[in-house]
Write a protein that binds this ligand. Structure first.
Ligand code: CA
Ligand code: CA
Length: 320
């Protein structure tokens, strides 16, 4: 009478073993769960004051506007391009001479965790912090075709700000929230963009998938809007960050130096030696795909240059 119990016990053991294996498998997928959990937390804390819950930090900017960030863990990664320029150009296009600033690939340690904005800074967030609407300013007039004037674009990324404006936004937001808000360093940006990946893009090497994750190519890629798009519409990277590939370019805190990787420190690098250019990452909604690569670095522009496709994303340093 008791023998049927043995198979049952075996079944139970198998179930338990499966559960343990599944748990282990989930643990190895922490970065994926990380971003998804962050999104769930975000929706439940949207209207509260500044709050850090789980992997999520929500800054309350007042008048119903908030800014959501996700915890980026400390760690090590390979910064730069591990392929030859010829290999990259063959697969993604572009010009080899534009890739010289991505070498050598080198190991970088990000020594402290930090929070990074899940989205590019939006028009509503800019207005809440700065009280200005630079996308409506005189200097934006020449770009009417590329940036809509009407109201109702709160969730679109801010543009028409220069690198000093971007820093001013961070300083004012720091004062407003009591947190240390800044632009990311190039190393923090690329580390967060890669999110544990070593591939050309944070979703892999397949260029045909780029349009699922990042706005690029403009009308040539079938986009109807001839300007930057509402943030967060496409798929996030493995750590829950949206629009790291494309949409608007994002200022970093480093001064641009194409030779910096040859002498940069291995822990928390940041080029604080002033040059004539700020650094921009991410590519934009109308850019060629090669500039949306995780390793891409570039700058063409003076620190005071304002364009329809220059925006920003912020980080919050964790107080010790
Ligand atoms: Ca972007
Ligand atoms: Ca470059």
């Amino acid at each position: 009478m008791t023998y049927p119990l043995i198979p049952k016990l075996k079944t139970l053991s198998a179930v338990l073993l499966t559960a343990i294996l599944l748990t282990a498998a989930q643990l190895t997928l922490v970065p994926v769960a990380f971003g998804q959990n962050a999104e769930k937390n975000a929706s439940s804390n949207e209207a509260s004051s500044d709050s850090a819950i789980g992997d999520q930090l929500t800054l309350n900017l007042g008048k119903g506007v908030s800014l959501k960030l996700v915890l980026i863990p400390a760690g090590k990664f390979m910064m730069g391009n591990h392929e030859t320029p010829a290999e990259t150009v063959q697969r993604v296009g572009g010009l080899e001479k534009n890739l010289v600033d991505e070498y050598p690939a080198h190991e970088v340690t990000i020594s402290k965790p930090f929070y990074m904005g899940i989205y590019e800074v939006t028009q509503a967030q800019w207005k809440a912090v700065m009280g200005t609407e630079p996308w409506k300013a005189e200097r934006a007039l020449g770009y009417m075709r590329l940036q809509p004037r009407p109201e109702g674009f709160d969730d679109y990324p801010v543009a028409f700000v220069d690198s000093y404006d971007a820093i001013a936004f961070c300083r004012k937001l720091s004062r407003k929230t009591g947190r240390t808000v800044s632009l990311p360093t190039e190393a923090q940006w690329e580390y967060a963009c890669r999110a544990g990946t070593t591939t050309t893009f944070s979703f892999g090497d397949d260029l045909s998938k780029l349009i699922d994750y990042g706005w690029y190519g403009g009308k040539n890629a079938g986009q109807k809007e001839d300007y930057a798009h509402r943030v967060g519409q496409l798929k996030p990277n493995p750590w829950g960050l949206y629009d790291m590939h494309g949409n608007v370019w994002e200022f970093c805190s480093d001064w641009y130096d194409k030779d910096y990787y040859g002498r940069s420190p291995s822990v928390d690098p940041e080029n604080t030696t002033k040059t004539d250019k700020p650094t921009l990452r991410s590519g934009a909604f109308h850019s060629v795909p090669t500039v949306s690569r995780s390793a891409q670095r570039n700058s063409w522009t003076s620190p005071k240059t304002v364009r329809y496709n220059y925006g920003l994303r912020v980080i919050v340093t964790i107080a010790k």
